[in-house]
Design a protein around this ligand. Sequence first.
Ligand code: PXL
Length: 285
Amino acid sequence: MLSQKRVAAIHDISGVGKCSLTVALPIISAAGVECSVLPTAVLSTHTGGFTGFTYRDLTADIAAIAAHWQSLKLHFDAIYTGFLGSFEQIDLVSQAFDDLASPDTLIVVDPVMADNGQLYTIFDEHFPAAMKKLCAKAQLIMPNLTEAAFMLGEPYQPGPYTKEYVEGLLHRLSAAIPAKNIVLTGVYFDDQKLGAASYDTVSGQIQYILGQKIPGSYHGTGDVFGSALVGALMCGKALAEAVQIAVDFTVASIVWTKEAGTEMRYGVNFEANLPFYMKELGLIK
Ligand code: PXL
């Protein structure tokens, strides 16, 4: 009998404005993979584009949840983390990797902290160095171009990009952070296409996986992409194919959202595209 894969997703729950756990749980589940959730905070909405949101910090629960899971001797095929609200949370998640990962666990860190050249308002300029340390424990990292530059202590460069810049950035990241695979998001060379550059540091291969570039900045798309990527990898897809599936799913979700005229801060309509995702994974016809 095939045993079901299990992913531990360590993110916040933002009640409204689809991102973090409210997208990781449904998307990873749609891939047929159990998604065990370790909530780091509960917010009424995410912090990008809303004011007056509530924030229930769950920092004090992280080690206790990890310890209980450890006592159950659970096996995690992957641990996937994204938005973390403080330096202390980064340290606790780093410890949770040590406590929960087996030698074959894929550790995935999305160093969520910045976009379009700006750190998110709740973080200070020392946060990228702490995220870089957490990334050093991962086999797969997926920064966007802002996060990559900030972790390297470089100024942000606005797009469109050149292959020379993107590949230089990937090589510098790989020299600074020992992750086996780096997926750089938000890569574009012109106004038509946008996607990711996937770098397998063992083979040295860099592949560009680009989809339709849709104007605007839709909230939560990094988490939709990351969750779809983790799900596809857990289904046995190779890195570049998994990135392709995640790009296709994210772009399709943005297109539906744009057509519906939904405000960008409410996130994207990924739900209607879950059957399409499952089809690409070969789970349904
Ligand atoms: O999608 C990233 C994200 C996740 N969680 C919270 C956020 C953000 C980005 O702003 O504020 C709470």
